[in-house]
Design a protein around this ligand. Structure first.
Ligand SMILES: *Cc1c(COP(=O)(O)O)cnc(C)c1O
Length: 373
């Protein structure tokens, strides 16, 4: 694309909302309106008083419904997002040694946290090439298996199945939670942040914890190991069951999460949200498969993410120019996470209606056509 002739996508092709990023994802306008309408009654009030605690309770009960959590499971909240949860897990969830599936940027970061922890043994790391996922391997020396439901950096999804061993099955579900069905019987911890499928804002982690996980947390907390108070999962559990957090949370994030969880439940719960994402994914991957200049980055169809799709382009098309052209036309955040390949990464979230997905594809067609010599 010569720089002096910027490509202008005709207005009638553009999506109603141009946000297609993989996190933060689009926040629904209705959510923002309801937050603004709450005026003086919520924002700026104490997180230790009933108004905010009620909102935390709404999040906890809404998520219990959405995931169909069995009795004995707890919805645990803490500050710092999924990244803080990795640190908290290194202190309060791993007894001696963990096993990690490593297949992209986010799974690598958790490995990095654990590798540096002086009180833990070296982790076992099972790796697979970018664009695929490995599988866990039961082992007697492992007390925690770290899975990733959706590796957001590459757009790879994997099945969540409990590892048949004594260790806990702990799933980074940051981008899958709320958009991909999961059976709570298959995990001990399922943790995520609200700024991905829940279209809220960052800064908070949510961890759905099984009775086995809660027991592990209490055992380690009582073992005499030094745990930084801010990262204590035991504190997070005891505060959460009283609809509070250890320190002050971002009240707007909690409001927006509660609003979205209620919206999903009202629409039909996980069946509805996962169907919408699967439908968006089928449109995008189907388009890429039949386009002579494109193809899904993930070769194996069952591993293709239903929440964030990675699409490879053939030269002379180049991701940087495609993403810049889309951005100049108001379609933002399609840039890839791994910039060594030649793909775009496109959000397929529950907040994205089919009409916007179809419009995005029409825009891609237009931009590709206009970019080719
Ligand atoms: C976004 C993401 C994270 C990091 O979440 P933060 O809230 O920024 O800490 C971790 N894991 C996965 C799979 C993600 O998609």
């Amino acid at each position: 694309m010569p720089e002096d002739t910027p490509i202008r996508i005709p207005r009638h092709l553009l999506p109603a909302d141009g946000r297609f990023g993989c996190g933060p994802t689009r926040v629904r306008q209705g959510t923002l309106d309801r937050l603004a309408e709450s005026g003086r009654s919520y924002m700026g009030t104490s997180h230790r008083r009933p108004t905010v605690r009620h909102m935390v309770g709404r999040v906890r009960s809404g998520l219990t419904d959405l995931f169909g959590l069995p009795d004995g499971y707890e919805v645990v909240l803490g500050n710092g997002g999924a990244s803080a949860f990795w640190d908290a897990a290194a202190f309060g969830l791993i007894e001696r040694a963990s096993q990690h599936l490593k297949f992209g940027a986010f799974s690598s970061k958790f490995v990095g946290v654990v590798t540096g922890a002086p009180h833990l043994e070296a982790p076992e790391v099972i790796e697979s090439p970018l664009g695929t996922h490995p599988l866990p391997s039961p082992s007697d020396r492992i007390d925690l298996y770290a899975l990733v439901h959706n590796e957001t950096s590459t757009g790879v999804t994997m099945p969540v199945r409990r590892v048949e061993a004594d260790g806990l099955t702990v799933v980074d579900a940051t981008s899958a939670a709320g958009a991909v069905p999961v059976d709570p019987g298959q995990f001990d911890v399922y943790f995520f942040s609200p700024q991905k499928a829940f279209g809220a804002d960052g800064g908070l982690y949510v961890a759905l914890c099984s009775p086995r996980a809660l027991e592990r947390i209490e055992r380690i907390a009582g073992s005499g190991r030094w745990i930084p108070p801010f990262l204590s999962l035991s504190s997070a559990v005891s505060k959460s069951v009283n609809d509070q957090t250890y320190n002050t949370p971002a009240l707007a994030t909690i409001f927006m999460l509660a609003d979205t969880v209620d919206w999903m439940n009202a629409k039909g719960g996980m069946a509805w949200s996962s169907e919408r994402c699967a439908d968006n994914a089928a449109l995008l991957y189907g388009w890429a498969e039949q386009h002579p200049m494109a193809q899904p980055f993930v070769a194996e169809p069952s591993m293709r993410s239903p929440v964030g799709g990675t699409i490879d382009f053939h030269r002379p098309l180049a991701w940087a120019e495609l993403a810049a052209t889309l951005r100049a036309n108001g379609i933002v955040d399609t840039e890839p996470y791994h910039k060594d390949g030649n793909h775009l990464r496109i959000g397929l979230w529950p907040s994205i209606p089919r009409s916007d997905m179809e419009a995005l594809i029409a825009c891609l067609d237009y931009v590709i056509e206009a970019s080719l010599p």
